[in-house]
Design a binder for this molecule. Sequence first.
Ligand code: HEM
Length: 428
Amino acid sequence: MSPHAVDSQTLGQTDPWNLSKFAVTKNAFLPEESQPNTLSDPYYESWELVAHNLAELIEARRIHDAINELPVLSTDLLKSEAEWRRAYVILAFFTHAYVWGGEKAEEILPASVAVPFLKVSAHLELPPVLTYAACNLWNWSCSGDDFSKLEDLSTLVTFTGTESEAWFMLVSVAIEATAAPIIHTMLRALDAVKTRDYEVIIKSLQELKVGIDNTSDLMERMYERCDPMEFYYKVRPFLAGSMNMEDAGLPNGVFYSEGDGKGEWRKIRGGSNAQSSLIQFYDAVLGIEHNGHSDSTKSFHDEIREYMPGPHGRFLVHVARSGSLRGLALETPVREEQHRLREAYTAAVDALTEFRGKHVKLVTRYIIIPSKKPWAGTTRRNLASSSSRKGGEGLMGTGGTELIPFLRQAKVETEVNKIESPENSEKS
Ligand code: HEM
């Protein structure tokens, strides 16, 4: 068992939260075990053959032929939830390899991928696109028991076969695994709000701060083995969705063909770490809210929950409604323990603000700077070429945001929650 996994006794104590209903495991948002790297029924051999050779097929410009030759397979022979997840990973990678793997974007997704992908996505309550779940949560295996040990993790499906791509995906797996105990600690803290058990809450908030710091430290390990130029020009274009991709060659989005002329044009956001339930969990327990952007009344953070596995999205809603640590921290402190609660709350908010600050720096290193540099490798018409043509102006995130203003706003919306002294405690 991963040393960060929560033991069954502890899980038992938090049973009122009904975690299995929310697909929260002893490894939090990661599955219980290493993921299978093959579907067991030989019926799916043709999928597995393409999946295991995806990077080579893309490199050799044979990916379209390989996918066009696939039969339209049924989902009836998927044997377990782990196999449904494996099918989702495979079909998500096929979709993005097909759309972005040629000289220019392909607008029509063939039925061999679209038909089973729509079924598998509906089963898992996810959109039919390469989400964080496809790229990260369900796309790894581990040679040991410790899922936070980056060196022991490997990816199952990749577009490029590069170390940069694997590292980019696996850093997030390690982050999720390391944070597993924090979920359970914070659920106990929310329960303790009802009984005003200050000591439990203070200790939990202190642990949360350490957990968020660990998340930041692991995120900064990205620099070790993910090369910014390779990430920007080779890997990131494959993560793009079909929303806001007019300049990259998808004016109408992508047509998901269901055969016999049937199908639907879809504009869907691409994969983004913004779809991590963990960071939104940190927001939820601290009572941090994000505002709507100009074209919607819903915030991006709320919208993006639809790109998380259904049960995880529902878990976040449930947590946000289950007691307010912030409300308790805002009460005018009279007793010593109330002062300590404020300090612990603010230290956790500071840690999350710092995480978001470090993330902006990461995005600058991996997107802003490379977008202004010339690339000597293969060029295709895609997200990278369309952004670079404009000298990096108006850069969009793969999740579809105007990235830097959006990320700075998320940081400010975190920071304003600090409660430093009774005088500035009016915000609630
Ligand atoms: C090379 C690595 C990374 C790059 C280039 C990157 C890029 C981005 C971009 C462009 C956005 C804006 C949303 C969008 O996709 O449109 C975003 C959002 C976000 N990313 Fe990353 N990211 C990286 C790694 C990470 C990691 C490791 C995490 C940690 C789990 C993370 C967490 C988030 C979160 C939570 C958001 C939503 C904004 C917020 O709540 O602050 N990112 N990222």
